[in-house]
Write a protein that binds this ligand. Structure first.
Ligand code: SF4
Ligand code: SF4
Ligand code: SF4
Length: 292
């Protein structure tokens, strides 16, 4: 287990040993212009051969995939939210009236490609690795299915695939690769390529952060004061995300943790204390045996 360094703002690819790493790549997902078409989900499945993940009505929303998982690497949430706000802050009106009583929040969620990635920290086989683009990728031919990465992710992103024995990669941990094969060939990730509204924007993370800041300022000027950025702060509990979001409400409304913290952050301190306790025990035992 090799813990990532904690240096806010530093490209994690460089810290992982990539010499001459290119600018860090990532996503800016602007949920304010998502129309919930799910083209991103479908494009991801098609390009990456991700199997179908259930087509049942959930009974809780018009969404039918429910959440991110081993077979849903992009997930578009449909959140039907009751409101008592001016129409100018609404999403899609139910009946076209000037003052609908609810709004739709659509958000295409994905792996955050964390700067401090708990999944990567705990992987014992090296199946999870940091790419030269600063992204986090799992190699399905190296993963042994131990599942340590699953509880280590503060967002519940990575998971082992269920299914019949004949299905692909059953038992293996799976998640978004940020289309490592495509971006390595100078292409745009499939989900961003398919998005008709440019809700999903791909590029150099530094540029995306500037774009996200400009967009949030514009929304605030237009009176949408509840809009906010998520994952853009390099000083947050994961050192900032490689996939940042513009949300129209609190992160919890979208099922996102408000203050995510990398689950391995306290490990060095815990090891230090465990080592000190073990040392004290050995000294005590030695002293007791000398007294006999
Ligand atoms: S969001 Fe979870 S799976 Fe993705 S890099 Fe961060 S810890 Fe790993
Ligand atoms: S970047 Fe590629 S792997 Fe990740 S969600 Fe988009 S299409 Fe899927
Ligand atoms: S393709 Fe774009 S607009 Fe359609 S659901 Fe995905 S993010 Fe939203």
């Amino acid at each position: 287990m090799k813990l990532q360094f904690r240096e806010p703002g530093i490209n994690p690819a460089v810290l992982s040993g990539w010499e001459d790493a290119p600018p860090r790549k990532g996503f800016f997902t602007d949920t304010s212009i998502c129309i919930g078409c799910k083209a991103c989900e479908v494009a991801c499945k098609e390009w990456n051969h991700v199997p179908e993940d259930g087509l049942e009505w959930l009974g809780t929303s018009y969404d039918n995939t429910g959440s991110l998982g081993a077979s849903t690497w992009r997930h578009v949430a449909f959140i039907e939210q009751p409101i008592a706000k001016p129409a100018s802050e609404n999403g899609i009106a139910s009946n076209g009236s000037a003052n609908p009583d609810f709004r739709w929040l659509m958000s295409s969620d994905v792996c955050k490609h964390c700067t401090e990635a708990g999944c990567l920290d705990v992987c014992p086989t090296g199946a999870l690795f940091r790419t030269e683009f600063g992204t986090v990728v799992v190699q399905d031919d190296i993963c042994n299915g131990c599942g340590y990465c699953v509880p280590a992710c503060p967002f519940g992103v990575i998971d082992r695939r269920d299914g019949s024995d004949s299905a692909k990669n059953v038992g293996i941990a799976q998640k978004c690769t940020l289309c490592y094969d495509r971006i390595g060939a100078g292409m745009t990730p499939a989900c961003a390529q398919a998005c008709p509204t440019e809700s999903i924007q791909f590029g150099d993370l530094d540029e995306l952060r500037v774009r996200a800041q400009e967009r949030i300022e514009l929304l605030h000027q237009q009176g949408n004061k509840s809009a906010r950025l998520y994952g853009e702060d390099p000083n947050d509990g994961i050192g900032g995300a490689g996939a940042i979001f513009l949300l129209l409400d609190e992160p919890e409304v979208y099922g996102l943790p408000p203050n995510p913290v990398v689950t391995t952050r306290d490990l060095p301190e815990m090891w230090k204390r465990a080592g000190a306790a073990a040392l004290a025990l050995i000294v005590g035992l030695a002293a007791a045996s000398l007294k006999r």
